[in-house]
Design a binder for this molecule. Sequence first.
Ligand code: DOR
Length: 446
Amino acid sequence: MDKLLITNARLINEGVIRDADVYIVGERIEKIAGNIDAQHDVTVIDARGRYLIPGMIDDQVHFREPGLTNKGDLATESAAAAAGGITSFMDMPNVNPQTTTRDALADKYRLAENRCSANYGFYLGGTNRNIGEIRNLQVGEACGIKVFMGASTGDMLVDDPEVLEQVFEHAPVIVATHCEHSPTIWDNEAHAKKQYGEHVPMSEHPNIRSASACLQSSSMAVDLARRHDALLHVLHLTTAIEMGLFSKAHRSEKRITAEVCVHHLWFDESRYEDLGTRIKCNPAIKSATDREALIKALNEGRIDIIATDHAPHTAGEKARSYFKAPAGLPLVQHALLTLFDLAASQQISLETLVDRSSHAPADIFGVKDRGYVREGYFADLVIVDANKPYMVAQPKLLCKCHWSPFEGHEFSTTIDTTIVNGLVVYQGGELNGIIAGKRLEFTRAR
Ligand code: DOR
């Protein structure tokens, strides 16, 4: 079995930052200690001056396979994720065919086998007509049930009130919701069209996909979950006004949890001016005040998880006018870098960064033996150099769509090494071609 020893690392794990060596045998962590002697047949990585963290577990990505592979696929996007320090991902069902049956789920797992650079799990998508599939779903078959309570990319809106009651009553695993009230958005769109015709400026996006549309829908999701005692995870929150819906209690005491995405923590609406439709996404990036409230909620523990909602579209598609440009942006390669910069500017602590990007998704989705640097756990690890800036430039972009909202931006931190299941998949700016990703095991039942 391969043996790997990481020495002199500054380990950020479980709320503590300390110096440690980590010894890996095969795919798991064998030992963590202050000083571990290297045996003769061990590969040593000296991590002096660098941080060691458990790899990010991204609970919301759109890798576009099957069916939309002109935008991205499981191989390309998982490679970009690994280069960004994301060692596990959970992929959404708005693909073609949609992942709305247990058979489609099984097909998707087959498609992923031996092609992913990071570990993978898939959501079953809810529809107005598939309550039978949801009821029959077995724990472990999917990371969760994705319910688009607001319409977004793909035609997956679940808006039948009776169906929503049944989903929350019977879902055997966690329900993850996209919350935006579509009728409110349609009204706002009609209003904007009246004012601007087809040339609606991008700055109208947060008025069209408004805070009120978010709040109406997320309040409904929370009410449904409470009444049915379901496990609910509200995805990609964007507004200050929704934060009162979520408790500051530790996730171990909550059945309703919340997620924020890196672009909503990083950008605010002032950036529509220079980035335009490149940062068009659903829910919309909103005001600076909203962004600050998200950071505060993250620090308070009202928001439990940080994810990406990586949603690639081609550069050509994104260059279209407001209504025609699809929503979503590629983020996996730079997500951790945005978080380390938020930590460098004291907006979040390094301990919180690791908790919300790795420990929390492992706990909330019941990911077996991952998400922590612990003896016996899988060795999904990232070495981060916080003293080495990283300039985002097109030749370094690994996503199939080959553009990034961060092009030309210099982050203060570089992802040095990514290890997945004990194998070094990315080091010194290069992927080494090892396909180390395995299917994630999910253990949490409602
Ligand atoms: O901006 C978004 N893009 N939000 C979503 O909910 C879907 C995603 C996509 O699939 O493009």
